[in-house]
Design a protein around this ligand. Structure first.
Ligand SMILES: Nc1ncnc2c1ncn2[C@@H]1O[C@H](COP(=O)(O)OP(=O)(O)O)[C@@H](O)[C@H]1O
Ligand SMILES: [Mg+2]
Length: 245
């Protein structure tokens, strides 16, 4: 494995690496920023959950570096294959902007307070015939779930909390109460066993067994309360004009 060093951006102090399979990744490890020991666990569980609800995320791998395990998401080139920062104008161009319902609901579920203009990527990919596809991809879940400066035992303290949705244009795009309700139903239909299986596949190096159970409980409780969490804060979605789902 080649470690090209820190990318020099972001709290996780992620590295740009080439793994033994010859592919390149943005890698995160508990060892990069000792103040954030759960970044890889948070990433791994969040992308596993995103995959259950079929949300677009980058392909990912667990990368071995000696005794250390790193979470790797497929390397994509800034400016060339994704825009460095999302904006209202770019969001409006996204071919899959109707995913705003699933994205907002997912962030409520996993308590993601970090969905800002660098953590929802707009990829640009030539599709032939001069057409460029511009599609949103959810990225960077290292600060969702187990919050900075806390451990899984603290999750009960914020299991009922409402996350801040920072992207105004995303909140404003939520105009249909029935579409939002459908996104909630999708998550509420996920059985405990599926959540458990994602959490329990997290490497021990990132999350101990006892801690895994606490994350599972957090996710099951928030899944069951998802509609209430959203209804209690429905004013953050201005187009719904206070109409509950
Ligand atoms: N898969 C990727 N390939 C290339 N660059 C990336 C990738 N994911 C993120 N980046 C860039 O690296 C920065 C840090 O990554 P991010 O996942 O946001 O980590 P952090 O938790 O440190 O904020 C991002 O702002 C983005 O510009
Ligand atoms: Mg980030």
């Amino acid at each position: 494995m080649d470690d090209f060093g820190p990318v020099g951006e972001g709290a996780s102090m992620a590295h740009y690496v080439r793994a033994e399979n010859g592919s390149e990744y943005l890698a995160k490890s508990p060892s990069f920023n000792p103040g954030l020991p759960y970044v890889a666990a948070n990433e791994f569980i969040a992308v596993g959950l995103a995959s259950i609800v079929v949300l677009p995320v980058l392909d990912y791998k667990i990368i071995e570096n000696g005794a250390d395990l790193w979470f790797g998401s497929s390397w994509i080139e800034k400016n060339k294959s994704f825009y460095p920062a999302l904006s209202k104008e770019l969001f409006a161009r996204a071919g899959n902007k109707s995913r705003c319902y699933d994205i907002a609901t997912f962030d409520y579920w996993i308590y993601n307070t970090d969905r800002h203009v660098h953590n929802l990527l707009l990829r640009k990919q030539a599709t032939g015939g001069g057409v460029v596809a511009e599609l949103l991809v959810l990225n960077d879940h290292s600060h969702a779930l187990i919050q900075a400066g806390t451990s899984p035992a603290d999750m009960t303290n914020y299991v009922g909390e409402i996350p801040a949705l920072h992207l105004d244009f995303l909140r404003e795009a939520v105009t249909s109460a029935s579409s939002l309700s459908a996104s909630v139903e999708l998550i509420q239909g996920i059985p405990d066993e599926k959540i458990r299986s994602v959490c329990r596949s997290t490497p021990q190096e990132w999350l101990k067994d006892k801690e895994t159970v606490l994350v599972e409980q957090f996710l099951c409780t928030r899944r069951d309360n998802l509609r209430k969490l959203i209804n209690d804060s429905i004013v953050v979605l201005p187009a719904l004009k206070g109409k509950k789902i």
